[in-house]
Design a protein around this ligand. Structure first.
Ligand SMILES: Cc1cc2nc3c(=O)[nH]c(=O)nc-3n(C[C@H](O)[C@H](O)[C@H](O)COP(=O)(O)O)c2cc1C
Ligand code: SF4
Length: 387
């Protein structure tokens, strides 16, 4: 387990412990999940609404907050109003500089990480360009080549470099939920090319990107990590051989990232457009939450103690969230508990839980109306939130 420090003996004595991640410290074991909310400005620049949302999440007391999936390639984004980071555009750059400056003034104690993503076949020709590594039924798109992927890796490296210089605390490289990172890693990507076919080729995108970011930024006060679909639950998906589950490659992915300097892994499952039920368990499939716990534990067992493992997919635990995640952390199954939909339902969830105000929590009903808003590309929020 990473180095721990007691901060008090509340009801949730593990959740309230601090955690050393790289050379930074999260003041407790809560990590806000990245969640796209379709509220960028029309040109992708960061908006006042997005800043307000993140200030609100930080107010809620989580030790770490991961900023939603941000595109670096506006030409192939996931939604019309996805946030863009374009280090070559002075206006866009200034927006992000102001964003981090403001959050760091208001919340100097919160670890702020940005998730970087490319939508790949999850983009759409309706609002940008759908691209793919190998056409797949129901998706398709222009097939990309090695030169294109080399360029994507360069974009990620430049973005990390920029974020390091403006006071962001780290990057979460998105290798989950069926976006480009997943599409390249899947056994389905069996085309014989630099980034496909053998495991060595399919893992090259993730490994080269992570290694080069760390080579350029050896400072572990800037965290590098990744969110992984340990199992996508689709034919020839990540963690699948045919339709069977086989996590060998997912474990190798986490180990390989750790060897290349990653400080944390966020566990996830499923694919946003194909297996939402695995990604975000609801009351129709509450048992999927235990698959998340098992996947996080498998990663925890495979990695060095100092690499932080964050477990996702937990909002369906509702009133039992605190009790169960506190037990799991104490038992060494994972190091941090992620909060996704639950933080949309109540941004003050961590603070209320840790200060004995659980009765005041607006629990997420896992109705997935927020997911529906995202699919319809409307500004996304919790329809039951009293805030
Ligand atoms: C509205 C919405 C937007 C999401 N956007 C992202 C995203 O940008 N990046 C990501 O990795 N996962 C995204 N997810 C998935 C969540 O981060 C999380 O993995 C999932 O909801 C399961 O956690 P939970 O049970 O705590 O909600 C999104 C989920 C929702 C509901
Ligand atoms: S809209 Fe439904 S699923 Fe989304 S946060 Fe609110 S209660 Fe939870």
């Amino acid at each position: 387990m990473p180095e721990q420090k007691e901060t008090g003996m509340g009801k949730f004595s593990n959740l309230e412990k601090s955690l050393k991640i790289g050379e930074l410290t999260s003041r407790n074991r809560f990590c806000v999940q990245p969640m796209e909310c379709c509220d960028a400005e029309e040109d992708g620049n960061v908006s006042a609404r997005a800043l307000k949302r993140y200030a609100r999440y930080c107010d809620g007391g989580a030790g770490a907050v991961v900023i939603e999936s941000v595109t670096l390639q506006y030409a192939s984004r996931s939604t019309r109003r996805q946030l863009l980071l374009n280090v070559h555009d002075p206006v866009n750059r200034r927006g992000w500089e102001d964003f981090f400056r403001t959050l760091k003034i208001l919340h100097p104690g919160t670890v702020l990480i940005m998730q970087l993503n490319h939508a790949g076949e999850y983009s759409s020709d309706e609002w940008s360009e759908r691209v793919c590594v190998k056409p797949k039924e129901g998706f398709g798109g222009r097939q990309i080549d090695a030169e294109y992927v080399d360029g994507v890796i360069r974009d990620y490296i430049e973005a990390a470099d920029f974020l390091y210089r403006i006071g962001c605390d780290g990057v979460d490289l998105k290798f989950c939920h069926g976006y480009l990172g997943s599409q390249i890693l899947r056994p389905y990507n069996d085309r014989k090319w630099k980034y496909g076919g053998s495991w060595e080729n399919r893992s090259r995108f993730a490994f080269d990107m992570c290694a080069e970011i760390r080579r350029r930024i050896p400072d572990h006060r800037f965290l590098v990590g990744a969110k992984i679909s340990v199992v996508e639950g689709i034919w020839q998906g990540q963690g699948n051989r045919g339709n069977e589950t086989d996590v060998t490659e997912s474990v190798a992915l986490c180990r390989g990232l750790e060897e290349r300097g990653a400080d944390f892994i966020i566990e996830s499952l499923g694919a946003a457009r194909e297996r939402w039920d695995l990604m975000a368990p609801n009351h129709g499939c509450p048992e999927h939450v235990w698959l998340h716990v098992a996947a996080a534990q498998a990663i925890r067992n495979a990695l060095k103690p100092e690499t932080a493992v964050v477990c996702g997919g937990l909002s369906v635990l509702g009133r039992d969230y605190g009790k169960i995640t506190d037990f799991c952390i104490g038992d060494g199954m994972f190091d941090m508990a992620a909060i996704g939909r639950q933080v949309l339902a109540d941004p003050d969830f961590p603070a209320k839980l840790l200060s004995g105000r659980a009765a005041e929590i607006n629990y997420c009903r896992c109705c997935d109306a927020c997911g529906e808003l995202l699919i319809r590309q409307k500004p996304t929020w919790c329809i039951y939130s009293r805030l």
